[in-house]
Write a protein that binds this ligand. Structure first.
Ligand code: PGA
Length: 243
């Protein structure tokens, strides 16, 4: 299975969300070997879910609270996400790590999601571009540690080097990405989790998408800005997918 999806973050309007999801549904009927997904801003998750209906497009949340019990204003609980049948929940995005998600919080979030058996997209990645292979390995070891406690939830990993994300990001070389994905797969195999798929994200666009997707170790792409229109979503997907 090849995974292709987007995180629309917080600024994209409702009309664009609707047209991206409609296009993703159309693509899902043409490409059987692909699992598409969209992570809209929270107030739009239910609406996009109803647009997608029974099409093979997952719709999920960009975040979850680390505290399911108790009342914490402004948070989204794992039990609510279960109730609305969120297909996927992202944890550990670099922009959330920069705000408030430290390793302990991420581990707690994973436990909440595991209790509800919700599918997880755990984002990992090194902060600095020049980290050596060994330094990267250490970073990934630490960031992947919390999945040891996950027993019920399906897990996907998105490898997103922090320095490659967003408008200030520098697209990574495919060789560098390939090396990182190999390290990640080795750690997952040591953890007994060869079932876990690993996607790549960080300034993915229609010019570089194929260079990443054709890596043996790359199970899919996780795209931001370049997929924030129906045409952009389709174009990046079509240039990346050769299956
Ligand atoms: P980008 O975003 O493709 O715009 O760099 C990726 C992400 O933040 O996941």
């Amino acid at each position: 299975m090849f995974y292709f999806g987007t995180n629309t973050k917080q600024g994209l309007d409702r009309v664009s969300h609707r047209s991206i999801s409609t296009r993703a549904c159309e693509l899902s009927t043409q490409y059987q070997g692909v699992q598409f997904f969209i992570l809209p801003t929270a107030p739009l998750v239910l609406e996009i879910k109803s647009i997608v209906g029974k099409n093979r497009v997952w719709v999920g949340s960009q975040s979850v609270s680390a505290m399911n019990q108790g009342n914490t204003t402004g948070e989204i609980s794992a039990s609510t996400l279960k109730e609305i049948q969120s297909d996927l929940v992202m944890v550990g995005h670099a922009e959330r790590r920069a705000l408030d998600e430290d390793d302990i919080t991420i581990a707690r979030k994973l436990i909440e999601l595991d209790a509800e058996k919700l599918r997880v997209l755990l984002c990992i990645g090194e902060r600095d571009r020049n980290e050596s292979k060994n330094q990267r390995e250490e970073v990934f070891q630490n960031q992947l540690k919390p999945i040891k406690n996950i027993e019920r939830s399906e897990i996907l990993i998105a490898y997103e080097p922090v320095w490659a994300i967003g408008s200030q990001g520098i697209p990574a070389d495919a060789d560098y990405v390939g090396q990182s994905l190999e390290i990640i797969k080795k750690i997952l195999s040591d953890l007994g989790r060869i079932d876990v798929s690993v996607l790549y994200g960080g300034s993915v666009n229609s010019k570089n998408a194929l260079s990443y997707s054709q890596l043996d170790t790359c199970d899919g792409l996780f795209v931001g800005r370049s997929a924030w229109s129906a045409d952009g979503f389709e174009e990046v997907f079509k240039t990346s997918y050769s299956g």
